[in-house]
Write a protein that binds this ligand. Structure first.
Ligand SMILES: [Zn+2]
Length: 158
């Protein structure tokens, strides 16, 4: 007597599923291995030779490479594709003591999650804002909606 083909197929499926499950679970974990860190320090723009420019100097338009230097002397870098990176464009942000929440990747590269300013021990959210359109942005420049100049905002962090 032959075994029921449907039943044997079902068993096959279960076996396959069990074999695949641990792989997909570990693959999902691997994506999350970058630990979240909170670091304080000052960000500077680097020139072509990797030297930190003064905070009041404008970025060289050809290279916007930034580096975070902590009070303890640790240095961190950022991916050039980081969507929050334009927050460092203006000198006023680079003159502030910053608290950065980020995911730490290998070679001390930070993936920005939040950039805040520290003033007199208090934490401030910093961003650009258009009052007319109620639009928040991380980069200075014209409002994408009404083209008015975005306003730099510092609000006490909740
Ligand atoms: Zn606007």
């Amino acid at each position: 007597m032959k075994g029921c083909p449907v039943l044997s197929q079902l068993i096959w499926c279960v076996v396959l599923l069990l074999a695949l499950l641990p792989i997909s679970a570990s693959a999902r974990q691997e994506k999350k291995t970058a630990p979240q860190v909170i670091v304080k320090g000052r960000v500077a723009c680097l020139d072509e030779s990797g030297q930190r420019l003064n905070a009041d100097q404008d970025d060289s338009p050809t290279s916007s490479v930034y580096e975070l230097l902590t009070a303890a002397g640790q240095r961190f870098h950022f991916s050039s594709e980081d969507l929050l990176l334009p927050i460092f464009t203006e000198a006023r942000v680079r003159q502030m003591e910053l608290q950065i929440t980020a995911l730490l990747h290998e070679k001390s590269v930070l993936e920005l999650e939040k950039v805040q300013a520290v003033k007199d021990g208090r934490l401030y959210d910093i961003y650009y804002f258009c009052r007319v359109c109620n639009i928040t942005a991380y980069a200075p420049g014209p409002c994408p909606c009404c083209y008015a100049r975005l306003e730099f905002m510092e609000t006490p962090a909740p």
